[in-house]
Structures are given as structure tokens and as C-alpha cells.
Design a protein around this ligand. Sequence first.
Ligand SMILES: NC(=O)c1ccc[n+]([C@@H]2O[C@H](COP(=O)([O-])OP(=O)(O)OC[C@H]3O[C@@H](n4cnc5c(N)ncnc54)[C@H](O)[C@@H]3O)[C@@H](O)[C@H]2O)c1
Length: 305
Amino acid sequence: MSGVKTIAVIGAGIMGRGIAHAAALGGYRTILEDLLPGALRKAETEIRANLDKAVELGKVAAPDADSAFRRLEYAGSVEEAAREADLVIEAVPEEMESKIEIFTLLDKICRPTTMLASNTSSLSVTEIASVTYRAKKCVGMHFFNPVHKMKLLEVVRALETDDDTLATAVEVGKRMGKEVVVIKESPGFITSRINAMIGNEAFYMLQEGIASAADIDKALKLGLNHPMGPFELVDLVGLDTRLSILEYLHKSLGEKYRPAPLLVQYVKAGRLGRKSGRGVYEYPEAATKGPDLADGTHAVAKNRQ
Ligand SMILES: NC(=O)c1ccc[n+]([C@@H]2O[C@H](COP(=O)([O-])OP(=O)(O)OC[C@H]3O[C@@H](n4cnc5c(N)ncnc54)[C@H](O)[C@@H]3O)[C@@H](O)[C@H]2O)c1
């Protein structure tokens, strides 16, 4: 047994709130923190709604959902969230400077035994860990969106990650209900590297006028058996997040990952996907709820031609 009892999650956006949901359901005392108090309030509402939905569908027993909800706490600062944590999972935006800032702070305020994990989709955990005095206790824990539904967890072994830390990350992931794959650090790990390539190619095809977004999505779903089309997926992930991943893969793996100009243009226009009410498709319900409540399960896709 790893001895992890308390997990702090830094960043309560799309991923952070899902990670907090799964951690609380896995039996951990879970403390969620965000720069924006509004994000925490929205996270609390959404986690409650998702737990209720799971009960309604018979996937979680009502008392378990209530216990999970009671295990959740909300903190007003990183210090407050992390000081008692055995494991901190960072889920702030996909920018190296933000990750480094958080890890530098966490290294100062956490107990020496505390493990630090990043939910980065692509960045080097070795580089993030290098700003700490505990690189051995740093690891990648790459969850998938929406976290409360998606089965996979990629556990990423950075250069200095030790065996105990790796084993603990795997054990925690399993307790959170995930199937775990362990991989050696490499840009984009397994999934982001392949998915970014497919999604980028789809944007090149759209920009070249080869087919409509709806038909490209339809082709991948019906012809290749993908559960979602590449545009439906990028709208769920966030176009800004996808662009950051591609920029990093382009820098680290070469020309074949150069972001499609149309994707860059959409991000510049503020078309970030479900969270902003408009990406490749439009989501009027999400736009009226505000960015943090956009959830793949209830926004209605329009503009599919
Ligand atoms: N969106 C996805 O589908 C997906 C999937 C897997 C992994 N990821 C990764 O998860 C991470 C988070 O992505 P997201 O989609 O949840 O982003 P998001 O933009 O939805 O949420 C990020 C949250 O972090 C908060 N934040 C920013 N700086 C902070 C700070 N210094 N301290 C505390 N909170 C801070 C923001 O207010 C926001 O609520 C990224 O590294 C991303 O690559 C995303």
C-alpha cells in the first residue's frame, strides 16, 4: 500500500474537476484548488451533477456518491490545498511556464515525502521535475476527458522517477477506477502523439475544402470505427489545448506536427470548443453557461454542414 490518503488537485478546469471526482470516488480525501473562485464553484456543481447521473445510471451506489462528495474540499490557495497532501496532481493549462511555476511552489510548501504529478498531455515531465529538489518523486499522470467516464490513465516515467513513485501512481490510478499503461517519457506519450496527428490532418483537410467537418467526422466514425470524429473530439478537448500540444510536438518531433493554419486561426478567433460555446461546431447552451461548465454530455452541436 502506498500510504496516499490525501490528494490535492491544482487547477479546476475541464480536467482538474474530473480528476477530483475520480479521486474522491476512489476513497481519497481530495482538495481542489483554482486561481479562479468561480471555477471551484462550477466544479462543485458539475461534480455533484455527474455523481447524480452515475447513480441514476446505476454505475455508482447513492451512498458511495454521497461519501465521495463529502470527501471533496475546496481551497483558496495552492498552499492551503497542498500542505497536507500525499500526492498533488497539477492540471493547469498546457504551458511549460505555468507548470514550472506550480512545481517550484509545490516543492517549497509540500512535505518532503509528497509526490508531485502532472496531468500534462505532452510536455516533458523531466523538465517540469527539474525545477524541484524531488525529481525522483515526480511523475506524469495523464488522464482522459471526461475523466469520470474515460478508462485510461497513462503513467509517465520521467528520467528521474523512482520505482516507488511509479508504483504509487499506478496504484492510485487503479483505485480511481482506471486501466493503467506505463510509458517512458516521450513527447505526447502514446495517445496525444497519435491523436494530435489525426486531428491536425483533419484540419488540413477542412482547410483544403476536401469535405465538410461533419463529413470528415462521419467518415472516421463509420469508416474507421472511431467513437467520435476528430472535430467533435477537438471541440471537447479544447482547440487551445490541442494547439499547445501540436506546437510542442512540432518543436520536439519535427515538421510533420506543424499546426494547421486553420486551427491556429480558430484559436485566435476565440473558437476554443465546447468550453467557449464555439469551436468547429457551435454549442449555444455551453456559451450561456459560461466557459467552465461546458461539458461534452449536454451541449448541443450545431453548424454541422
Ligand atoms: N482538455 C483535455 O481534453 C485534456 C485531456 C488530457 C490532459 N489535459 C491536460 O490537462 C491540463 C489542464 O487542461 P484543461 O483542459 O483542464 O484546461 P482548462 O483551461 O479547462 O483548465 C485549467 C484551469 O487551471 C486554472 N489555473 C491556471 N493557472 C493556475 C494556477 N497558477 N493555479 C491554479 N489554477 C490555475 C484555470 O483557472 C483553469 O480553471 C493541461 O496540461 C492539458 O494538456 C487536457
